[in-house]
Design a protein. Structure first.
Length: 510
């Protein structure tokens, strides 16, 4: 990426956490794919295009290893550095172009390299630099996470980006947010003129309407980069082959559930096709794929069925939500599917037993209600529960990780008062972030500060609400009086004490 190929930078990008980028999740993905790749005890990790560095900092806080991040945007690097310093987590942060990073002769071999969305937003020259980094700096047995907008799902959306880019270029210099909104308004004006394109491409019209609900920061970086490339999977696979990488599995594990994602004829077609590139290309057409979170891997031995089962038995798992938060109904490309509770509920109960403490796959298989089930069914259910986001692979708490996570989480809880809000707390048991709504963050903040009774926690959160003008909501109704708010917050605080605190103890968050 040369100096003339700078990405959109008028607005800083949004701050978000993505657990799929974490080394623990990617090690689990390799196991799901049947790759014989024992995860290094202290992986050397690189995120190319790290943005604000939230994911990088959370994974570094909760894991053991050496963590690097690269980004061209000076504001992103500065924010990531401030975040790392605030939570006492060492990171190696590099401001610069991928080409410059690829040319360095002092880099280690990285066990994990991740790129979230970057592939779609950079020039051809930058993609060549990325391939060079992957080819030369990924360790033997290493894995790559590469997510990107893709075809064919973006076929009807590309014209919207073209209109927005034209509108942005035609807008007067000035406030960046106003310019982004002007670009969107221009596209909306064209759509409202009753032309044939939007009449004959209803998905494009629906997508354009949905953009009104997003932020200028998102729109600027997603749609207004100078370089904007929406590839086919086969094109990406060809580029990765130049770095001696082959497709392993989707990091979005529910993509593997064919009955949920594919029509019956599509399942039959996929079963007949053995070539992995053709299989994934067929899948993309069957589901109208718009975004792929791919895991690629260096050549490695394959696990036998017995070896894979043994690895799953040794792998620890932990719930990251309460039992009543697990929805056994899934939604996929083929609609809704109800999971068999005779299989899933005993497994969930086993994971919740003994105060939610992490348990190996073997311990789950031996639990009451689970032991009569086939091991293959239990393994499939555990994979799906991880894919649903209600279970995470667990690890032994690394040295120093608990203290780093405490510092990271204190920053998150402080931001729950002041903003900008972060939605994940770091857990040294999962090696990454755990989704925690702001309301739960406020309850936890009060609890950590010494309010251990229901009424005291409710009053602490109500004090925050009075300052911010917020109100509790019950059954869709906004509560206005202090008594009603305290009653509702008291009910929520009771649930927090009964269910969330034990869960957070198991996750070493408290």
């Amino acid at each position: 990426m040369s100096a003339t190929e700078r990405p959109y930078s008028e607005l800083e990008y949004t701050s978000g956490y993505y657990h799929e980028l974490g080394p623990a999740h990617l090690a689990f993905c390799a196991l799901v794919a049947g790759i014989d790749r024992p995860a290094p005890a202290r992986p050397i990790y690189l995120e190319l295009g790290m943005g604000q560095g939230v994911s990088l900092a959370a994974h570094a806080a909760a894991s053991d290893g050496e963590f690097w991040g690269v980004d061209l945007n000076p504001a992103h690097v500065a924010n990531a550095r401030a975040l790392a310093e605030a939570v006492s987590t060492p990171l190696t942060l590099v401001e610069g172009a991928f080409a410059d990073f690829a040319a360095r002769d002092d880099l280690p071999l990285f066990d994990v390299i991740t790129l979230h969305g970057v592939w779609s937003w950079v020039s051809d020259a930058s993609r060549r630099s990325i391939v060079e980094i992957l080819r030369d700096r990924l360790a033997p047995g290493g894995v790559v996470y590469l997510s990107y907008n893709c075809q064919p799902g973006w076929a009807s959306r590309g014209p919207i980006r073209h209109l927005m880019k034209l509108g942005h270029g035609a807008s007067a210099p000035g406030d960046p947010e106003v310019r982004v909104q002007s670009a969107l308004a221009f596209a909306e004006e064209v759509a409202a003129a009753d032309g044939r394109f939007f009449a004959e491409n209803r998905p494009a019209a629906s997508h354009l309407a949905s953009l009104r609900k997003t932020t200028p920061q998102y729109l600027g970086h997603e749609y207004l980069n100078a370089d904007w490339h929406i590839p086919w999977f086969s094109d990406v696979a060809e580029a990765m082959a130049e770095a001696d990488l082959t497709f392993a599995v989707s990091a979005r594990l529910l993509d593997r559930v064919n009955v949920l994602q594919l029509p019956p004829a599509g399942v039959a077609l996929m079963d007949r096709e053995k070539d992995p590139v053709l299989r994934e290309s067929i899948r993309d057409f069957l589901v109208n794929q718009q975004f792929r979170p791919d895991v690629f891997a260096r050549p490695a031995p394959r696990l036998s069925d017995a070896e894979r089962t043994a690895r799953f038995e040794a792998q620890a798992f932990v719930l990251v939500c309460g039992l009543d938060e697990i929805d056994f109904q899934l939604t996929g490309a083929q609609g809704e599917m109800v999971l068999p509770e005779a299989t899933y509920r005993p497994i969930a109960l086993a994971l919740a037993a003994d105060g939610f403490v992490a348990k190996t796959g073997a311990a789950v298989m031996a639990a009451p209600g689970v032991s009569p089930l086939r091991r293959t069914d239990v393994i499939a259910a555990l994979i799906n529960l991880v894919g649903m986001g209600v279970v995470r692979p667990a690890q032994a708490v690394p040295p120093g990780a608990r203290a780093r996570c405490e510092a990271y989480n204190r920053l998150v809880l402080d931001r729950a008062l002041t903003g900008p809000h972060l939605m994940h707390l770091a857990s040294p048991v999962t090696g990454g972030g755990v989704l925690t709504p702001r309301s739960a963050q406020l309850f936890l903040r009060a609890w950590i500060d010494g309010d251990r009774a229901t009424e005291a926690i409710a009053r602490s959160v109500w004090a925050v609400f009075r300052t911010t003008g917020e109100r509790a909501v019950r059954k869709g109704e906004t509560l206005m009086s202090e008594d009603d708010n305290l009653a509702a917050l008291g009910d929520m605080a009771r649930r927090f004490l009964d269910q969330t605190v034990p869960l957070f103890r198991a996750l070493a968050i408290v």
